[in-house]
Design a protein around this ligand. Structure first.
Ligand SMILES: Cc1cc2nc3c(=O)[nH]c(=O)nc-3n(C[C@H](O)[C@H](O)[C@H](O)COP(=O)(O)OP(=O)(O)OC[C@H]3O[C@@H](n4cnc5c(N)ncnc54)[C@H](O)[C@@H]3O)c2cc1C
Length: 456
């Protein structure tokens, strides 16, 4: 049995920033991580190109840096982007917090350039978007690239490894509570005692949080699920936009269903990758700062919320992803021209596209067998609106990968200091549903740690 001032669960952005804040205040911190250290994190699919081996835990999502270690490393500096923290703290406080964590990322090696701030060009693009019926959200972004992001995470490890006890390959198994107060956590069959615990297990740990909440009698509230596709096109098509903004955050209200559809995670000259959940494969994308592909990818996502009697958007999203996996034996890829012509893509048709798919093991197929009519209609209508904003985006060789699902975890019931109803038990990051990006995950870690310090 160990004894600490604080235990932090998960070494993603939220956990790292929480542990950093606590150790800087001189507290004895145990950081538990179910994955391995950064150097040891290797995705077999990436190294051998032989398809996903469904490692447990997933090398892409688990270990030092969490899902951030292989991500594109775009730091979105706007409080409107990357999570729900704005629902917990006042906008100026959130803005200040984001500035603080941005400084830390910068101090550890994130580049100084910020995209999306060149005002005249931004305004011109915003007007162009408006003319196409789209809303372009202001989103200054710092781009690290997957390679630099790993270096930055390594530097954060160097800082923290001297100050905190970091245990890899050590999943937190449970939380001990007595008389409404947290007593510590269970790991490796032992109780690690602490008056303060910060839970930051990321999206991969969302199921674990859900079970934990049930066991502890804590409420969770479903966040909407985002369902759609990953779009890939020749980089030249989007260059006029990405060279100014790096990433364009565009919103559209689809004419038929009046759904909110948005672009997400744009990766200029990047590649499409798998994202692995316990029982399904979805798609994602990233880009390197140093190596470039000839294609740009981004997600097109339809916000999907339920009210009653059904209120389990995560189960719904998983169901759709599993259906696509069933049909494609993994990830499906289809040319837009095939989709709109009502026919499947075949290997021969895919071989004809100007820029070949960057996800090599995707199966040419038919997304209309997997995506509900509503989502498919939303996607196609939005692509045509995007084509008016950026000609060529709905070209015949545009590729659609499916499906992309963003789960955002159920939101653990937390107060404005990110504390649960159990005294001393805090939540931060994507896994408890307060963030969906590196900046808000980091900020939520700092915010929870500060509240924990007050309690200590
Ligand atoms: C392919 C990809 C690209 C992305 N690109 C971007 C981007 O460009 N910009 C951006 O802002 N965001 C991006 N994101 C999202 C970003 O990575 C996440 O928002 C961020 O990593 C969330 O941080 P977190 O600390 O909440 O969770 P995570 O980073 O998921 O970390 C959680 C950690 O907790 C560990 N864990 C889980 N359960 C347990 C347990 N029981 N015990 C111990 N440890 C546990 C996990 O192993 C994991 O290491 C991307 C995500 C993916 C997958």
């Amino acid at each position: 049995m160990g004894s600490w001032d604080a235990v932090v669960v998960g070494a993603g952005a939220a956990g790292i920033f929480a542990a950093r804040e606590l150790t800087r205040a001189g507290r004895r911190v145990l950081l538990l991580e179910k994955g391995g250290d950064l150097q040891g994190r290797r995705c077999p699919r990436k190294e051998t190109d032989t398809g996903c081996r469904r490692c447990i835990p997933c090398q892409l999502l688990s270990g030092w840096g969490g899902a951030g270690a292989f991500c594109d490393g775009k730091l979105s500096l706007s409080p409107q982007v990357g999570g729900f923290l704005g629902e917990f703290l006042p906008r100026p406080t959130l803005r200040g917090l984001l500035d603080e964590v941005d400084e830390v990322w910068r101090a550890h090696g994130a580049p100084p350039e910020v995209y999306g701030c060149r005002v005249p060009e931004w305004q011109a693009l915003r007007d162009q978007a408006e003319a196409a019926g789209l809303v372009l959200v202001e989103n200054p972004v710092r781009h690290m690239g997957t390679d630099v992001c790993r270096q930055v995470l390594a530097s954060l490890y160097d800082e923290l490894s001297d100050a905190a006890e970091i245990r890899f390959h050590t999943p937190c198994e449970g939380v001990e509570v007595a008389r409404g107060r947290v007593q510590g956590v269970w790991a490796g069959g032992k109780l690690e005692r602490a008056p303060v615990v910060v839970l930051a297990p990321g999206r991969g740990g969302a199921g674990w949080i859900q079970d934990l909440a049930v066991g502890l009698g804590l409420r969770t509230v479903p966040n909407p699920v985002d369902i759609g596709v990953r779009v890939e096109c020749p980089a030249e098509v989007l260059d006029p936009v990405t060279s100014v903004l790096y990433e364009a955050k565009l919103y559209y209200e689809s004419p038929t269903f009046r759904d909110e559809v948005r672009t997400f995670c744009m990766n200029p000259r990047g590649e499409v990758v798998h994202e692995v959940y316990e029982d399904c494969l979805t798609v994602n994308g990233h880009a390197y700062a140093s190596a470039h592909s000839p294609a740009t990818n981004f997600a097109l996502l339809v916000k999907t919320a339920f009210t009653e009697p059904f209120d389990d958007p995560i189960a719904y999203g998983r169901y759709i992803a599993r259906l696509a996996n069933l049909i494609g034996g993994g990830i499906l890829v289809q040319r837009l021209s095939d989709l709109t012509a009502g026919r499947r893509s075949t290997p021969e048709r895919i071989a004809k596209v100007a820029v070949p798919p960057t996800l090599h093991d995707a199966t040419p197929g038919d997304l209309s067998f997997a995506l509900p009519h509503r989502h498919l209609t939303d996607v196609i209508e939005t692509l045509y609106a995007l084509d008016a904003f950026c000609p060529g985006l709905a070209g015949p060789d545009t590729l659609l990968y499916g499906v992309e699902v963003k789960f955002y975890s159920n939101r653990l019931e937390l107060d404005e200091r990110l504390e649960t109803r159990i005294q001393g038990l805090y939540g931060a990051g994507d896994g408890v549903g307060v963030s969906r990006g590196l900046m808000q995950a980091s900020a939520s870690g700092v915010w929870a740690a500060r509240a924990a310090l007050e309690r200590l």
